[in-house]
Design a protein around this ligand. Structure first.
Ligand SMILES: [Ca+2]
Length: 420
C-alpha cells in the first residue's frame, strides 16, 4: 500500500520535473523540432466548486439507534436495536410504531442479542400510494432463530402500522456463541431500495466459515428482492443458488449505497482486523471472502476469519484473488486496517458543492467519516476525513429529501447536518 501511495505522489512531480527539463534543453538545441506554440488565450477553467460548510444539530435521542429512512413528505422513521420502529414527525413528535414495550403494534417475536436486533429500515419508492415500510429484525418465530425482513403498512397519520408481512424469513443468524464471540454477531442488516426499484438486503457471515460461499443460505450475501420478498429478475445467481442472492462472498455488510446517475450499488464492509472494503458490486458477483479452512488447515470453530485459512499461514483475505480470480475488486480499503466500516451514502444536491457525487463512509471504531472521490468506473481516487462528522460511532448515514445528511450514533443521537 505504502509503495503504491508513494509512487502516486511522486509521479506528478517527476513528470513536472522531466517536462521542465525538456523545455530547458530545447532553449539551446538547434536540432530540436519546431514546437507548436500554445494558444495565447489561456484555457477557460470552470469555476472551482467550493468545500461546503457543515452545521450539525442533534435532533433526537434514542437507544442504540441503528438506521433511519424518510417518507416523501419528510417524516422520519428510525429503528432502535432493542426496541423497534419509531417515527419522528416534522414538529419533533416521536411515536413508537412497532416493537416491544409501548409500541402501537407489538412484535412479541422480536428480541435483541449481541449485535443483533432491529437493524435497517427502508421506505417503499411508492410509499405515497402503498404506505409500505420495511424493517430488518431478529425474530424467534423460526427455529433456529433468524433475521427477517418485515413489511408494514403505515396509516395516513403515522400513528400505527398494520398488515405485517414477513417477506424474508430465513436470513442466517448466529444463534449460538463460538470461539470468536457470542450469539448475535455478524448479522449485516442494511436494507435499501436501489434506483431500479428493488430492495437490497445486506447480511453477515455469522462467524460461520462456509456460509459466505454457500449459495443455498442467505448469510454473507447481498440479496435483491421485489417488494414481496420474491427474487428479483436479473440477479444472475450462480446455478443451484438461492435466486434471491445478488452477490455473495461477503463478511458483514452494513452499508450499501447507489451511485447517482449509474445506479450502481456500492457496499461498505467491515473487515476482520484488516481491510475494511468499499466495493462496487454487480449481479452474480463474488466478494471473495471465504473464512472456511482450506485443505490441511484447521481453525477454531471452523472459522478462519481472524487468522489464516491458508496453508502458508497468511491472513484470510477480504478479497481472495488467488482462490477467486474473478472476485469483485474493492474501490477502497481502509489503509489496510479494519475499524468497523458500517454505513455509506452518496452525496447529492448542489449545496454540497465539490462533495456532490462523492461517497461518505462511516467508520465506527475510527469514530470518523471518510469522503471518497471515485472515478468513472467507481475506483477511489482520493479520500479525506470529514472532521465535522467525527468523534462518534456513526451507525447510519442517510441523505434526507431536503438533501441534508442524517446520522445515527451508537451513543444515542440522531444528527441533522446541513451544508451551505
Ligand atoms: Ca471482498
Amino acid at each position: 500500500m505504502h509503495g503504491l501511495k508513494i509512487r502516486l505522489l511522486v509521479f506528478p512531480y517527476l513528470l513536472a520535473f522531466l517536462l521542465a527539463g525538456c523545455g530547458g534543453s530545447n532553449d539551446g538545441d538547434a536540432m530540436a523540432p519546431p514546437v507548436t506554440q500554445p494558444p495565447t488565450q489561456p484555457p477557460t477553467q470552470p469555476p472551482a466548486a467550493g468545500t461546503p460548510t457543515l452545521t450539525r444539530t442533534t435532533i433526537a435521542s434514542a437507544s442504540n439507534p441503528w438506521d433511519l429512512a424518510f417518507a416523501p413528505d419528510g417524516t422520519m422513521f428510525y429503528t432502535e436495536r432493542c426496541a423497534g420502529l419509531s417515527v419522528r414527525m416534522a414538529d419533533g413528535t416521536v411515536r413508537r410504531l412497532f416493537g416491544n414495550g409501548s409500541a402501537a403494534v407489538a412484535a412479541n417475536d422480536l428480541f435483541c442479542e449481541g449485535q443483533s436486533g432491529v437493524h435497517g429500515v427502508a421506505v417503499d419508492p411508492d410509499f405515497a400510494n402503498n404506505r409500505f415500510v420495511y424493517v430488518y429484525m431478529l425474530s424467534n418465530l423460526s427455529t433456529p432463530d433468524t433475521n427477517r425482513v418485515v413489511r408494514l403498512t403505515v396509516d395516513s397519520g403515522y400513528t400505527t402500522v398494520s398488515g405485517r408481512t414477513d417477506i424474508i424469513t430465513d436470513i442466517s443468524y448466529k444463534d449460538v456463541g463460538n470461539s470468536h464471540g457470542g450469539a448475535g454477531n455478524h448479522s449485516g442488516g442494511r436494507i435499501r431500495f436501489g434506483s431500479d426499484g428493488l430492495l437490497y438486503v445486506t447480511t453477515g457471515d455469522n462467524h460461520n466459515g462456509p456460509l459466505p460461499q454457500d449459495l443455498t443460505r442467505l448469510g454473507g450475501k447481498v440479496l435483491r428482492v421485489n417488494r414481496d420478498g420474491t427474487a428479483a429478475s436479473g440477479n444472475s445467481t450462480p446455478s443451484g443458488g438461492d435466486a434471491r442472492i445478488f452477490t455473495y462472498g461477503h463478511r458483514n455488510v452494513q452499508g450499501i449505497a447507489f451511485r447517482p446517475g449509474s445506479g450502481q450499488p456500492f457496499i461498505c464492509e467491515h473487515g476482520p482486523g484488516h481491510t475494511d472494503e468499499v466495493t462496487p458490486i454487480v449481479a452474480g458477483g463474488n466478494g471473495g471472502w471465504s473464512p472456511a479452512p482450506q485443505a490441511g488447515v484447521t481453525c477454531a470453530s471452523n472459522y478462519c476469519g481472524y487468522g489464516s485459512n491458508r496453508p502458508d499461514g497468511a491472513l484470510t483475505r477480504m478479497t481472495d484473488l488467488e482462490v477467486f480470480p474473478n472476485a469483485m475488486r474493492p474501490s477502497w480499503t481502509n489503509g489496510g486496517s479494519s475499524q468497523g466500516m458500517s454505513p455509506c451514502t452518496f452525496i447529492s444536491g448542489s449545496q454540497w458543492q465539490s462533495w456532490e457525487g462523492r461517497l461518505l463512509v462511516g467508520i465506527m471504531g475510527g469514530t470518523r467519516v471518510e469522503l471518497l472521490q471515485l472515478d468513472s468506473i467507481g475506483m477511489t481516487t482520493g479520500n479525506q476525513s470529514v472532521s465535522s462528522l467525527g468523534g462518534a460511532r456513526v451507525r447510519s448515514l442517510v441523505l434526507g429529501p431536503d438533501n441534508a445528511l442524517y446520522t445515527t450514533t451508537d451513543a444515542g443521537e440522531i444528527w441533522r447536518v446541513v451544508a451551505n
